[in-house]
Write a protein that binds this ligand. Structure first.
Ligand code: ATP
Length: 334
């Protein structure tokens, strides 16, 4: 039987994602409702190491549900990779009597939480907060819906101008290791081709299909590329839409290309209803898990039910994009 949790810490770590504030709000208010003390840890694991921790009340999270980013700030903490850094972090938690932790972030952040729990016996729960949506054990990650809707709106605008010219538009969306934003935004905007890090489409295939489209004089040619897509696996440093555009211009002489890199606009902005809703739901259950003794799990949603994946599995496994999706893309863009 695990010890009762009485004081919990909450932090956001890794890349920020819209909806993290809604999750923090849910964690804080659920904890207070359940008579737990709750502490905000600033800048991810950096704040834990540097003792940048403050007690939160209900008002600390007023008027934040609609705001992008994270009021707790986030960071990638180098020192937390080392045992010494984690020991210091633990001592700061211990000093305040913090005996439970909610970590909002991606699989890297969960790895840190898992290590802390193994080394020092601090129970943790993880909330999937990443725009990439590639975490195993959940249909949703906080921020994905907002990011992909931002990408869709931007691509729609590009499509309008593409419609007026005979050019190939190449748009890069976020996703260093995962192509979900590219896949969803590409399908939703009717892209002819979608290039993702995890699917080994050869660029030759795309060039063939583009030259066929050229022959057919398709009105709009739109290609959506995830930033982590590598046209040549032997040259991993050459990635993303810039490289794709360079190759297309080299191989299909005369085809004018226009390149747009959407970049950080995809991380910002007010979270969509879906992101606020899932963040609230996950935030509530992350605290309930700590109270009920369901420790060291990632709190996900699968088939509209809460689903709890042990952190070690959430860290190890990845949600994968099936090759059949590309077939759908081809059929719908023909
Ligand atoms: P995103 O999906 O936005 O990249 P993430 O949580 O995967 O989010 P990472 O940069 O991989 O982002 O990890 C966030 C932080 O978690 C790291 O900066 C580090 O402090 C901690 N962390 C990651 N991996 C480990 C590890 N192996 N050991 C200890 N701490 C880790």
């Amino acid at each position: 039987m695990s010890a009762k949790v009485t004081k919990i810490g909450v932090l956001t770590s890794g890349g920020d994602s819209p909806g993290m504030n809604a999750a923090i709000r849910a964690v804080v208010r659920t904890a207070l409702y359940r008579n737990l003390e709750v502490y905000g840890i600033m800048r991810g694991y950096n704040g834990m190491i540097e003792d940048d921790i403050y007690q939160m009340g209900s008002r600390s999270v007023a008027n934040i549900i609609q705001r992008g980013g994270t009021i707790l700030k986030t960071a990638r903490s180098k020192d937390f990779y080392g045992e010494e850094g984690r020991k210091k972090a633990y001592e700061n938690l211990q000093k305040r009597g913090i005996d439970g932790l909610v970590v909002i972030g991606g699989d890297g952040s969960f790895t840190g939480a898992y290590k802390l729990s193994k080394e020092f016996g601090i129970p943790c729960t993880g909330i999937p907060g990443t725009i990439d949506k590639d975490l195993y054990g959940t249909d949703f990650t906080i921020g994905f819906d907002t990011a992909v809707n931002t990408a869709v709106q931007a691509i729609d605008r590009i499509r309008d101008t593409a419609d007026s010219h005979d050019r190939l538009f190449i748009v890069e969306v976020m996703g260093r290791h995962a192509g979900y934003i590219a896949l969803h935004s590409g399908i939703a905007t009717g892209a002819e081709n979608i290039l993702m890090p995890e699917v080994t489409t050869t660029l030759d295939e795309m060039l063939t299909s583009l030259s066929e489209q050229e022959k057919r004089k398709k009105l709009v040619n739109l290609v959506v590329v995830a930033e982590g897509y590598q046209p040549d696996p032997d040259k991993p440093e050459l990635r993303g839409a810039t490289e794709v555009a360079r190759i297309v211009e080299e191989k299909l002489k005369g085809l004018e290309t226009r390149l747009t890199i959407l970049g950080h606009i995809q991380r910002g902005g007010p979270p969509t209803c879906i992101d606020r809703f899932i963040a609230s739901r996950m935030g509530y259950h992350s605290v309930e898990c700590l109270i009920e003794g369901r420790h060291n799990v990632m709190v996900g949603i699968l088939h509209n039910n809460m689903h709890y994946t042990p952190l070690e599995i959430a860290i190890r496994e990845k949600q994968k994009i099936g090759e059949d999706w590309l077939n759908i893309v081809k059929i719908l863009a023909s």
